[in-house]
Each structure stands twice: as C-alpha cells, then as structure tokens.
Design a protein around this ligand. Structure first.
Ligand code: ADE
Length: 221
C-alpha cells in the first residue's frame, strides 16, 4: 500500500514512522509512506497556503489551490482521498480493516482554524478520530496510518489481531505473564491448567464483563 500524507508539518511524523512495526513494514515494502508538504504546491508569490474567512470570523482558512494541485499530482484511479476533520465520521476499527485493503491512500491534514469547504469536493471520505478537537490533522493521520498498517497482510500475524478489542464489538480479554503471583495478585487459575475450552469460555466471559463495564454502547450493536 502507498500512503501520501499532505501536511504543513512533515517533521511532526519523525519517530512515529521510523520505529517498531511501522518501520519494519516500510523496510519490508509492505507500506510506502510519503510526507508531502502542500506548501510546495502554492502558486502564491509569498508561499501562502491560507487566508482570512469570507463573512468574518477568527483565524485563517486553508485555501483550495495548494491542496487541489497537490492531490491532482498524486491521485490515480486507485486512490482514496481522506480529509481529517473533527466534523468527519468517527473512525472505527472496522474502517481500519476496510482501508487496509486499499492500494493508495491520500490523507489530508487540516490545520489552523479550518479549510475551504470546497476541498471536500475532491475527497472520498471525511474522518474524525474522536469527539475532541486537536490543533491539526497530523496526530489523527499518525493514528490512521498506525491502525491501518498493522492490519496490512503480513505486517503482524493474523493471530495477533484476530482477538483485538472491537472485533465482534467486544473489548479484548485480560492477559497475564510471569510471575504467577506479583505483589499478592495472582494469575487466574483457569489460565494455568491447560484446559483450552475452559480458557476460551473464561476469556469470552471476561470480554463481555469488561465491555459491559467500559463500553456498554458496543453491546447494543
Ligand atoms: N483535526 C482536529 N481535530 C481532529 C479530530 N478529532 N479528528 C480528525 N482531525 C482533526
């Protein structure tokens, strides 16, 4: 998969994409990530990418031209263009699965007070990562790329994500490792006796208990 991220702040991504699983996925050619500074596409003599809002109001608004030209230069018939905005549809694990099968994602990070509404006309999808407002789309873009990359075939084993939280609308079950007792807290007996049917039953009941406690809304689905 190829992912182009349109941002005014490419340095913000240092570290996030150069460590751990994303680093390995890039090295193995499973994902190609390009950071594209859309300021490079502005035709403004002073390199401007934003201007004041029509009708008044605070802050600066990202202009159409640099983003339109940048997307035009990258887009192919296989591309899916995603705009990150707190007004978008709330991003979910099921969307991460769908997007992990795409060939090419173009992710646009909004910034400042907002962007010209007409930018939406060149996007296939508007996504928000949650009901809060960040300073820009860079951190949401990192979240999208991380959650999608780990689901690309061969990046991690299927076994590693088949039991992820949110699959089947249930949160993940609790896990333990050595030692058996730590500061008086014991590993549940059922996990120690090798009875796989009992272990499966225990894990499912724990998934239901934790989901009821923390995310009852998921059980309604
Ligand atoms: N930009 C600012 N806040 C955002 C959010 N919650 N999701 C996506 N993009 C954003």
């Amino acid at each position: 998969m190829k992912i182009d991220i349109l941002t005014l702040f490419p340095e913000m991504f240092d570290g996030v994409f150069t460590e751990s699983i994303i680093k390995r996925a890039r090295e193995e050619g499973k994902v190609e990530i390009n950071l594209v500074n859309f300021r490079d596409y502005t035709l403004d003599p002073h390199n401007k990418v934003d201007d004041t809002p029509y009708g008044g109001g605070s802050g600066m608004v990202l202009m159409c031209q640099p983003i339109f030209d940048c997307v035009k230069s990258l887009r192919t018939p296989d591309s899916k263009v995603i705009l990150l905005t707190p007004s978008g549809k709330v991003y979910k694990q099921s969307m991460a699965y769908d997007l992990s099968h795409e060939k090419h994602l173009i992710i646009i990070c909004g910034h400042y007070e907002g962007f010209d509404e007409r930018i939406k006309s060149i996007c296939d999808l508007e996504l928000s990562i949650g009901d809060y407002v960040l300073t820009g789309g860079e951190i949401p873009a990192m979240i999208l790329v991380d959650s999608i990359t780990r689901l690309i075939d061969g990046v991690i084993t299927l076994e590693s994500h088949i039991n992820d939280s949110f699959n089947n609308n249930l949160l993940d079950y609790p896990t333990y490792t050595k030692p058996r007792v730590y500061e008086g807290m014991e590993v549940p007996e059922v996990l120690l006796n090798g009875d796989h049917k009992k272990i499966e039953e225990y894990r499912l009941s724990e998934q239901i208990r934790i989901t009821k406690e923390n995310r009852p809304d998921l059980l309604d689905k």
